[in-house]
Design a protein around this ligand. Structure first.
Ligand code: PMP
Ligand code: GLU
Length: 391
């Protein structure tokens, strides 16, 4: 056989996806495993959204949608949501693309701005897929490691040290996976002033935007002064609306960038599924109570898990301000996070994602997802209290 793709051979598979799949396979085989691995809400999609999709299928919305970027209804719903909630003004016809999940929206955004060898900065701890995505579009991922001691705060000094004449873009994620951090006003100002000073694009991944606790404000970089023309915002329904399996996301940004992204879309996936666009209209324009209920449930779970694990010797944990992950640090063990996650699976039947998967500054941490039923969290807390002090 001739040599296969060097590019793909050089890229690791997704650890978040694989740990999650492993936990599910163990559960299916009848093993007593509590999965805190998944970034997938345990709630069902709200019924009115399901009904909208079923009606759309029955009404024959089973063909290529027109336009393929998104039907006028969904494009308008996204443009209105973006103006209302994110204070970013976009033209629904020219500045939006609906994608099968925000993962693809990120790919399109990167593909539209990156040339071979361009550097894209991302901030660690970071979601596992950022560096591979940057590589796959021909760019060079450059990690900015944010220190755990400082609760992963972005500083101008750290960012500017990583910038070179090849830096093209900065990838920002708030609320953050895995740390749960939500960008503070000062950090937003660091990001915007750095982007303006060095003429960088910003790709803002806001997929956890609906999951913020304690009334902390969510800042969209694209709404900041002079940032609209250089910011691409990606978002989607997976997390806040409990719709991971629907694969529905979008990107909004400057017309010229969206034009290029649409070309890539047209030659790759053509479009998101037509009837999921109808579901998205129902989700964005319909009642939001169910979304708020889920958010409150996550907040209760977060509070429960935080107080449970903070009482355990050998665990330190900051309070996450958003998303649905805890990112505790294991202070008394010699084990690295990979070995730690394996031991926890073996000794306590708990599946968690090793912190190293999110970059060097994630070492000594594990990621626990609390998009998991309270009864599972209660059991997990008991097992952790028993096992962690002996690790
Ligand atoms: N960004 C982050 C930070 C994520 O954790 C995820 C989770 N899969 C995504 C983007 C992509 O989500 P989706 O493709 O389901 O919209
Ligand atoms: N984003 C989720 C996670 O971090 C889902 C898996 C994935 O797409 O990476 O676990």
């Amino acid at each position: 056989m001739k040599e296969l793709s060097q590019l793909l051979n050089g890229i690791p598979g997704s650890v978040t996806v694989s740990v999650n799949e492993k936990a599910k396979a163990m559960q299916a085989a009848g093993l007593d495993v509590i999965s805190l691995a998944g970034g997938d809400p345990d709630f069902d999609t709200p019924n009115h959204i399901v009904e909208a999709a079923v009606s759309a299928i029955r009404a024959g919305k089973t063909h290529y949608p027109a336009p393929t970027k998104g039907t006028p209804e969904v494009m308008e719903a996204i443009a209105r949501k973006t103006a209302r909630e994110n204070r970013i003004t976009v033209d629904s016809k020219s500045d939006v693309i609906v994608t099968p999940g925000s993962k693809w929206a990120l790919f399109l955004a990167l593909a539209a701005v990156v040339n071979p060898g361009d550097e894209v900065l991302y901030l660690e701890p970071a979601w596992v897929s950022y560096p591979p995505m940057i590589r796959l579009v021909g760019g060079r991922p450059v990690a900015v490691s944010l220190p755990a001691e400082n609760n992963f705060t972005i500083s101008e000094e750290l960012l500017s040290k990583a910038i070179s004449h090849k830096t093209k873009a900065l990838l920002i994620n708030s609320p953050n996976n895995p740390t749960g951090r939500v960008l503070r006003r000062e950090e937003v100002e660091v990001v915007t002033s750095t982007a303006l000073k060095h003429n960088l694009f910003v790709i803002a991944d806001e997929v956890y935007e609906k999951l913020i606790y304690e009334d902390r404000p969510h800042y969209s970089i694209g709404a900041e002064a002079k940032m609209a023309e250089r910011t691409i915002t990606t978002n989607g329904l997976s997390k806040g609306y409990a719709m991971t399996g629907w694969r529905l996301g979008w990107l909004v940004g400057p017309t010229e960038i969206i034009k290029l992204a649409a070309k890539f879309n047209s030659h790759s996936i053509t479009s998101a599924a037509a009837f999921t666009m109808s579901a998205a209209v129902a989700a964005l324009n319909g009642p939001q109570e169910a979304i708020e209920e889920m958010r409150r449930a996550y907040q209760d779970r977060r509070d429960f898990m935080l107080s449970a694990i903070r009482g355990i010797d050998g665990i330190e944990c900051q309070s996450p301000e958003g998303a649905f992950y805890l990112f505790p640090r294991f202070t008394q063990t010699e084990m690295d996070s990979l070995t730690l996650s394996e031991s926890l699976l073996k000794q306590a039947g708990i599946a968690a994602t090793p912190g190293i998967a999110f970059g060097a500054s994630g070492e000594k941490h594990l990621r626990f997802s609390y998009a998991t039923a309270m009864s599972d969290l209660e059991q997990a807390a008991e097992r952790l209290a028993r096992v962690v002090p002996r690790l």
